[in-house]
Write a protein that binds this ligand. Structure first.
Ligand code: 13P
Length: 265
């Protein structure tokens, strides 16, 4: 399956609660070695942008390694608070992330919605805060298996999109990346079929058209996430409405992650 090598794609590695700062350093160094050929030739196709999302304690280490080794990946985070500073014990602010050079911040991941009770309202505040600090939110949406089996997948995704995109300008909407992550596919090895993923991503684009307008609908990047790996990435990326992947488990293995990043060739 050949994907279109011209189509811009964003491949993001969500490391979740893995990689202490020693392990994170090793992983970035492995990425650096794989992404720089000794003859200076570029490994990543021009149309591919890559971000890595370490846990908070490893972000500074990864930032330094990316800069010193000129690793062609952007720095990301997995979460942040929506307030800039104050008495919020244990939280990390978007301002702190922006100062570290973070460019992409995941919001509304199903693990945060489920285990940390993040509501659509909180996800909207976080999305606003990330945008205010000049970073890109990667907004996760997706349904459970029960919702899919009950025929309610589209309704669930529509509600999540409405909460974030209603009343938003085209300019702001175009700075958001949407990640369709069906919850039943996360960490289970059960990837959505490329056509199911494409169907929902096309629907997401349509809904954004309704909520914001045609320019936002055409331009917004939509990732797929959920057991994406080096075997299924090319087929997923060949779908018309899929502009990237949000990769969990497979992003912890430098070789597999680089194979995924290069799979549109
Ligand atoms: P897996 O790739 O491990 O299924 O995780 C997907 C995910 O949740 C990325 O945010």
């Amino acid at each position: 399956m050949n994907a279109n090598p011209e189509k811009p794609v964003l491949i993001s590695g969500n490391w979740k609660m893995n990689e202490n700062h020693f392990e994170a350093l090793r992983l970035v160094q492995e990425l650096a070695a794989l992404l720089h050929l000794p003859n200076g030739e570029k490994v990543l196709p021009d149309s591919v942008t890559v971000s890595v999302h370490p846990p908070f304690t490893s972000i500074r280490t990864v930032q330094t390694a990316i800069e010193s080794d000129h690793v062609p990946v952007f720095l990301g985070a997995q979460n942040c608070h929506y307030i800039d500073k104050g008495a919020y014990t244990g939280e990390v602010s978007p301002d702190m992330l922006a100062k570290l050079g973070v460019q992409y911040v995941i919001t509304g991941h199903s693990e945060r919605r489920e285990y940390f009770l993040e509501t659509d309202e909180i996800v909207r505040k976080k999305t606003d805060a990330i945008l205010r600090h000049g970073m890109h939110p990667i907004l996760c949406v997706g349904e459970t298996l029960e919702e899919r089996n009950a025929g309610e997948a589209h309704k669930k995704v529509r509600t999540q999109l409405q909460a974030i995109f209603s009343g938003r300008s085209t300019e702001e909407a175009l700075r958001v990346v949407v990640a369709y992550e069906p919850i039943w596919a996360i960490g289970t090895g059960m990837t959505a079929t490329a056509s199911d993923a494409e169907d929902m991503c096309a629907y997401i684009r349509e809904e954004i058209g309704q909520l914001v307008g045609p320019e936002a609908a055409d331009g917004i990047p939509i990732q797929y996430g959920g057991s994406a790996n080096e075997q299924n990435s090319a087929e997923l990326l060949s779908q018309k409405n899929i502009n990237g992947l949000l990769v969990g488990g497979a992003s912890l293995d430098a070789k597999k992650f680089v194979t995924i990043c290069c799979s549109i060739r």
